[in-house]
Ligand binder design. Sequence first.
Ligand SMILES: Cc1cc2nc3c(=O)[nH]c(=O)nc-3n(C[C@H](O)[C@H](O)[C@H](O)COP(=O)(O)O)c2cc1C
Length: 351
Amino acid sequence: MPAAVNTGLLYRAGRPLIFCMAPERAHDVVLASLKNAHALGLSGLLASHPPDDPVDVMGIRFPNRVGLAAGLDKNGDYIEALAALGFGFLEIGTVTPRPQPGNPKPRMFRLVSRQALINRLGFNNKGLDHVLQRLEATRFDGVLGVNIGKNKDTPNRDAVKDYLTGLEAVFPHASYITVNISSPNTEGLRDLQQADPLTDLLAALVEKRNALARESDRQVPLALKIAPDLTPAELQSVAQVINQSGVEAVIATNTTLDRQAVAGLPHGEEAGGLSGAPLFERATEVLRSMRAALRPELSLIGVGGIVNGANAVSKLQAGADLVQIYTGLIYRGPELVGEIGRAIHAAELGR
Ligand SMILES: Cc1cc2nc3c(=O)[nH]c(=O)nc-3n(C[C@H](O)[C@H](O)[C@H](O)COP(=O)(O)O)c2cc1C
């Protein structure tokens, strides 16, 4: 397929140049270039589109099962350009009510030999007002998730307010809304995964969402994004709370604090969340245990360590309805989107 060959070649040719830059700078430069290429009508050259493979999940029709994970386009500044890469859905954010700068730089590190990243960005984002402007301006009419979080200086006892603010603001624009309580880079955030705070948070969000749905006659599913570092007992407790909460989906998983897989490597001990290939097994294990513990009508989005088509098929076999990628895209480029779509399609045909 010539388009796929071009995509792979183009990215492989450009990658050494991109990887010469500090990771965060490379991120900004690549996204700005992608946006320019898209404005010039050239983004198709980069794309390696998955085959049409529509699927209904959470009551939404997805053109294919391959999504962009949260964190790459935190502010919704690149929606059209990213959509042109062939994703079946995009998730923007995490957005917090107020803008915040995140942690001091450097705060993103490549572990090239392991196709991995460590980041401690800390929810750097331009805030809800900016994201709302982007959502109002976008011409993208595909499936768009919006991932919401709380500000760093909002204490956990007030976290519900931040999430309610986010939910209410993005509700009219989002295909689904992700509640992110699993970033390791906002102190104490993951404590919201404990049964009591989680029960209260989800009850408040589901109640508000249901009221908004009644007023607008529009259904917007809620997804909860969880960490890979929960113990088996914690996973069971989280699943129990979710089963009774009224949310529609779980996203498993965010980045990990575990460093076993990268011990001794340059940057291996940097603080933050580890993503990419070394996360694959753990994230898939969490996905599998969630599938076993959740009510069957709940949907699952599998994310963590997908760097090739076979990884994505394994996520579906572990119970995912959809998959998302972030770090794999950095290492493999846009050809990964098409590769995953084709691998999933082939696996479905073989069932
Ligand atoms: C640099 C970076 C920033 C991220 N920012 C967010 C974020 O803002 N919100 C979120 O829910 N997940 C965020 N993530 C986590 C990803 O969405 C994903 O869950 C994780 O990286 C595992 O997938 P991967 O191995 O394909 O990267 C971020 C990941 C990276 C690498």
